[in-house]
Ligand binder design. Structure first.
Ligand code: MLC
Ligand code: AMP
Length: 513
């Protein structure tokens, strides 16, 4: 293999050819296998589609060896990876395909039929991942892929209603990975248990790419199952685990239901890991404390975002302060601004965080105006408000009431409202969050129905489940005669949240659809 044109992450794998890269139930890939399989994917894609030259390639592949081969294959062919979630309904996948405008789609064999149905009217060729991996082309040579070429496009909800493609270059991803590898001292000896979805940066960058960059092994459980995670901890061979707070809450719940013997084995195994990380949403202090009681592990909380990778982290060594997200990671610059976008001193109290550095994304796909609006003099505007206490950042919340986080997934209230307004019997709708110990934000929808409609919220929930990713489907629904508004006629969302909170406390009788 000629190595001079290889992407750095691929080049590094040559040194680990015999070591395990991905281990999944029923299968494993060494780095050598990953290099071969991804070369085959790249060779066939190029043979069938021509030089990709930053063309998008969407893929619907569950986490595991095949996913890694497809992602690397797309990169090695000079394409931009567009990961899609196997759990998403057709409408969400169709939106991504229409927006990303891919040159090709790769489907795991088990999703081939549904992907072909989506691709038919769009004239996009569909390839089966397993078939691409098997193809052999001994004459294949990696083309020169520039580090500033686009590499990945991850869809994220925003304040504008429809999800946007966040485009990062190879150099951006490398910077994000190098920062975490340095801060959390990844080595080839590490073994991470991977339970996160692979259409978001937490799973793609922090867990999978850091492992593969380091020559470590990534042990994948494709679907989160709390007992299976505990059993895996109990095997005692893992060194790292990364998850969202909801996963830790679910693990604590499962531990509590275990037998005394289970609890002892599970806790004993979990104690052996060198690092457990929480992020993507606020980690409640009581979860951190309970986790420490059960496992002896003090979770390391960090803060990041799809557009920037990770920005702030508690230390690997040294005190981790509960309720705080630490200090800037290597290579990341952070500043705080006031509501007018003016830079403020960290002693001046709460301010919006702005981030600059080589990990910050390139653009929102085909949205130059929104890309420009996302920056303030070259600094990315996160929309997150924080204060600094004793040199440590503490997040206070989002600048926008319309961005929610449920189970670590970002949810746009406006996107859900727009969908509900399309229902013929819904006249108006407002989506809000209330705090929930398990999900972080619980997505709640207040609805005003068309006159005379007797639509049942259960029915509406069923309808929305067919159309929305499961984490966007409101968990609580309430029918109101009208939405509360202020004197300017603007819907007062805090008042709606209060109604749902009161209902949770049994002070009203909403329909918990
Ligand atoms: C699943 N459900 C959710 C949900 N996930 N509802 C609300 N919010 C969510 N996040 C629904 C299911 O459809 C089901 O609905 C019900 O909840 C119970 O399902 P479950 O089987 O108990 O849940 P599970 O499938 O185990 O999923 C929970 C989870 C998952 C926490 C494992 O949500 C998850 O993987 N979250 C991680 C998201 C993530 O990686 N975020 C990172 C974004 S990047 P019903 O109606 O059928 O009962 C980022 C940057 C950064 O944020 O800083 O990292
Ligand atoms: P996403 O847009 O899906 O990448 O989610 C990024 C958002 O998740 C950030 O803007 C924060 O609002 C939130 N987030 C990430 N990590 C944390 C954390 N440790 N505490 C609180 N919120 C977080």
């Amino acid at each position: 293999m000629t190595t001079e044109s290889l992407l750095p992450i691929v080049q590094r794998a040559l040194a680990h050819a015999k070591r395990p890269a991905i281990v999944e139930p029923g299968g494993r890939f060494t780095y050598g296998d990953l290099l071969n399989a991804s070369a085959n994917v790249a060779a066939t894609l190029t043979a069938e589609c021509g030089q990709l030259d930053q063309g998008r390639v969407a893929y619907l592949v569950p986490p595991g060896c095949i996913y890694a081969a497809v992602q690397w294959g797309v990169w090695r062919a000079g394409g931009v990876g567009v990961p899609m979630a196997p759990s998403h309904p057709a409408r969400e996948l169709a939106y991504i395909l229409d927006d990303a405008d891919p040159a090709a789609i790769i489907a795991h064999a088990s999703f081939l039929d549904s992907v072909e149905r989506l691709a038919t009217n769009r004239g996009v060729p569909v390839f089966t991942a397993q078939a691409l991996m098997r193809h052999r082309d001994d004459g294949w040579r990696d083309p020169d892929v520039g580090v500033d070429d686009r590499a990945l496009m991850v869809y994220t909800s925003g304040t504008t209603g429809t999800p946007k493609g966040v485009v990062t270059t190879h150099a951006n991803i490398e910077a994000q990975v190098r920062s975490l590898v340095e801060a959390w001292e990844w080595t080839e000896e590490d073994r991470i248990l991977h339970v996160l979805p692979l259409d978001h940066v937490h799973g793609i960058v922090n867990a999978l790419s850091c492992a593969l960059w380091s020559g470590a092994s990534c042990h994948v459980l494709p679907d989160f199952d709390a007992r299976k995670v505990w059993e895996r901890f109990a095997e005692g061979d893992l060194s790292l685990f990364m998850a969202v707070p909801t996963i830790y809450t679910k693990l604590i719940g499962a531990w509590q239901e275990g037998s005394d013997e289970d609890k002892m084995r599970w806790s004993g195994g979990a104690k052996k890991l060198r690092l457990m990380v929480s992020g993507s949403a606020a980690l409640p202090v009581r979860t951190l404390e309970r986790w420490r009681e059960i496992t002896g592990q003090t979770l390391l909380e960090r803060y990041g975002m799809t557009e920037i990778g990770m920005a702030l982290s508690n230390p690997l060594r040294g005190e981790r302060v509960p309720g705080h997200v630490g200090t800037p990671l290597p290579g990341v610059e952070i500043r705080q601004v006031d509501e007018a976008g003016q830079v403020q001193d960290s002693t001046q109290g709460p301010g919006e965080l702005e981030v600059r550095g080589p990990g910050v994304f390139l653009e929102y796909w085909r949205r130059p105006d929104e890309t420009a609006a996302a920056f303030n003099e070259g600094w990315f505007r996160t929309g997150d408000v924080a204060v600094v206490h004793h040199g440590q950042f503490r997040l206070l919340g989002r600048a926008s009431i319309d961005i929610l986080k449920s189970g670590g997934y970002k949810v746009s209230a406006l996107e859900i409202e727009e969908l509900f307004r399309e229902h013929p019997q819904v006249c108006d709708c407002a989506v809000v969050a209330i705090d929930d110990p398990e999900w972080g934000d619980l997505v709640c929808a207040a609805l005003v129905l068309e006159p005379g409609s007797s639509l049942d919220p259960f029915e509406l929930r069923r309808w929305s489940k067919e159309l929305l990713a499961s984490y966007k489907v409101p968990r609580r629904m309430m029918v109101l005669d009208e939405l509360p508004r202020n004197t300017m006629g603007k819907v007062t969302k805090p008042a709606i949240s209060d109604l749902f909170r009161a209902a949770e406390l049994g002070e009203a009788d909403p329909d918990k659809g």
